[in-house]
Write a protein that binds this ligand. Structure first.
Ligand code: HEC
Ligand code: HEC
Ligand code: HEC
Ligand code: HEC
Length: 133
């Protein structure tokens, strides 16, 4: 294979990677409760972000911007470094659904729902998410 061909394939591969939603999001997210909450009662949780997407979930199952009760989030804004998609941006101390509750309701809520529907699901007990190191 000549180098021009190789370059073309590499550029094409890069483009596909960048254009696919999987390319726009981090693989694993390790939460640091000290950073998020300013205190740490439990060990930080690791969210295997890609694994959730590969399990068939859509970005909007977790990320949202609500307008009149509808999730109007534009998925192309889901990029690393965009503070606007951080849960803490909206779920602050003044919001009806605080940050800890937002995380717990979303994570445990879905795992419980899927459990009831007898689908493949994730953990529901404290120590399974807050894994001791
Ligand atoms: C199972 C739920 C879930 C799914 C599905 C999901 N995400 Fe996320 N994502 C999260 C959570 C939770 C965070 C952490 C948010 C925070 O730090 O406040 C996050 C963080 C991110 C971040 C990093 C933001 C930053 O700079 O720290 C990006 C980018 C992102 N998601 C993109 C996506 C894209 C694109 C998809 C769809 C292909 C997707 N997510 C699907 C839950 C999910
Ligand atoms: C742009 C602001 C915003 C961001 C960012 C945001 N939320 Fe929300 N969230 C809302 C609003 C508004 C509601 C609706 C509250 C209501 O029903 O009164 C809501 C509702 C919820 C609910 C209740 C169930 C539902 O979906 O309606 C959960 C759980 C939740 N958010 C978790 C999260 C998590 C986890 C993240 C980060 C991945 C996040 N939110 C990011 C604004 C936001
Ligand atoms: C909309 C549904 C949904 C939401 C929201 C969700 N999960 Fe899951 N979770 C799943 C499914 C489905 C699986 C099974 C995936 C698999 O086994 O491939 C899973 C598996 C897991 C697992 C076990 C496999 C692994 O990746 O280690 C952990 C841990 C986990 N989830 C943590 C979380 C955390 C933390 C959150 C919130 C930040 C969260 N999940 C939000 C659906 C969800
Ligand atoms: C499905 C996963 C999951 C389960 C199950 C879960 N949590 Fe969490 N929890 C999270 C996530 C995600 C956060 C926010 C990110 C972080 O701080 O690690 C969080 C945050 C917290 C915080 C605030 C941060 C801190 O360390 O002080 C506490 C306290 C907490 N959880 C306690 C519990 C307790 C107690 C249980 C069991 C009743 C539980 N959690 C079950 C995912 C989970």
């Amino acid at each position: 294979m000549n180098s021009y061909k190789l370059l073309t394939i590499m550029v094409a591969a890069l483009w596909v990677f960048a254009a696919s939603p999987l390319g726009a999001q981090p693989d694993n997210i390790v939460f640091d409760p000290l950073k998020t909450f300013g205190k740490s009662k439990r060990s930080g949780v690791t969210l295997h972000h890609n694994r959730h997407v590969e399990a068939g979930l859509s970005c909007k199952d977790c990320h949202h911007i609500y307008e009149n009760g509808k999730n109007v989030l534009d998925e192309s804004t889901l990029e690393e470094g965009n503070q606007g998609i951080r849960c803490s941006t909206c779920h602050g101390p003044k919001f009806r659904i605080g940050l800890k509750q937002a995380f717990h309701d979303q994570c445990i809520g879905c795992h419980t729902k899927f459990q009831k529907e007898r689908k493949k699901t994730g953990p529901r007990y404290c120590g399974q998410c807050h894994v001791k190191k």
